[in-house]
Design a protein around this ligand. Structure first.
Ligand code: UTP
Length: 293
């Protein structure tokens, strides 16, 4: 990796089963569930592009072909829309397929997030890269990954996005140990991390969420990390390895994160995103006001 490297590539792990969203995810990839009218993975792809990435790598698995179709050209659809003079809808469809060059790599078995990231090694090579978990949809003024890129420009080290999680819910996350960096209140110097700790054993309330910038060293580490609980290769084990030789930072992003891979999180995101829409917001707000809650 060069001394002043730029992040150009973003990996989207999308090969999981999405069990929290069954039965919808039995045949529809979780990443294709619509938040208002856009599949959740498209929010992430747009964020990566807005942050300056120009190569997107999606890690898919069996039953995920709808993701590839979504980002592909749909001649029949576009032709029909053109004939019917539906120019707005035509533009929406074309915008997706013309968005960016995407590559796909297959994870044959869902062996964990670390394993999914490792599958993209050949496409990423020896340069720093971003990882976006598509079910974390982040609503922020400056796209979350762009905020992290700005920090990366200065520190040239791995950065994981974090959010304060209160109470027992912390046990569902990787949790950071570390101390704040004096001149940047959003930045932590990470000294350790624990995957899914019991609430009493969590080293802090700073949970890792689905945005990472990682140095390519992590690939070697993941390659040599034994499979952990449930036969899964954890990305956090690779990050722990990085900590032995490199700096890793936690970044408390500006914005609101929605866990759209969870039913309640998706409902909350739907209400908030719909209320913000110029075309839907006013009527939706009026409707919500009529509900006797
Ligand atoms: P999650 O744990 O949220 O996804 O992983 P999941 O396993 O699909 O969901 P649940 O918990 O059963 O509902 C975060 C991201 O990592 C991907 C998932 O597709 C998701 O986008 N992932 C996870 C992989 O690509 N491969 C894996 O082996 C595991």
């Amino acid at each position: 990796m060069s001394t002043h490297a730029k992040v150009r590539k973003a990996i989207f792990p999308a090969a999981g089963f999405g069990t929290r969203f069954l039965p919808a995810t039995k045949s529809i990839p979780k990443e294709m569930l619509a938040l208002v009218d856009k599949p959740i993975i498209q929010y992430g792809v747009e964020e990566a592009l807005a942050a300056g990435c120009d190569q997107i790598v999606i890690v898919t698995g069996r039953g995920k072909s709808a993701i590839e179709d979504h980002f592909d050209v749909s001649y029949e659809l576009e032709c029909t829309l053109e004939k019917r003079g539906k120019t707005d809808l035509l533009a929406l469809s074309r915008q997706v397929s013309h968005m960016v060059r995407l590559s796909y790599v297959r994870q044959k078995e869902a062996m964990g997030l670390g394993h999914a990231v490792l599958m993209a090694r050949d496409l990423v090579g020896d340069e720093p890269f971003a990882v976006i978990l598509p079910d974390d949809v982040i609503d922020s003024e400056t796209p979350c990954l762009k905020q992290m890129m700005d920090v990366f420009e200065k520190v040239q080290s791995s950065i994981v996005a974090t959010q304060v999680i209160e109470g027992d819910a912390i046990s569902a996350y990787g949790v950071l140990d570390g101390k704040p960096v004096p001149d940047n209140p959003r930045l932590f110097d990470v000294s350790g991390l624990v995957e899914k700790p019991k609430p009493a054993e969590a080293p802090s309330k700073n949970a890792i969420i689905g945005r990472y910038i990682l140095t390519p060293k992590i690939f070697d580490l993941l390659e040599h990390t034994p499979l952990g609980a449930g036969g899964e290769l954890q990305l956090t084990d690779g990050i722990k390895g990085l900590l032995e030789t490199e700096k890793v930072y936690g970044y408390s992003f500006e914005g609101v994160r929605h866990d759209a891979g969870d039913k309640f999180g998706m409902l909350r995101a739907t209400v908030e995103f719909a209320l913000k829409r110029e075309d839907l917001g006013p009527a939706f707000r009026d409707y919500l006001k009529t509900l006797k809650l």
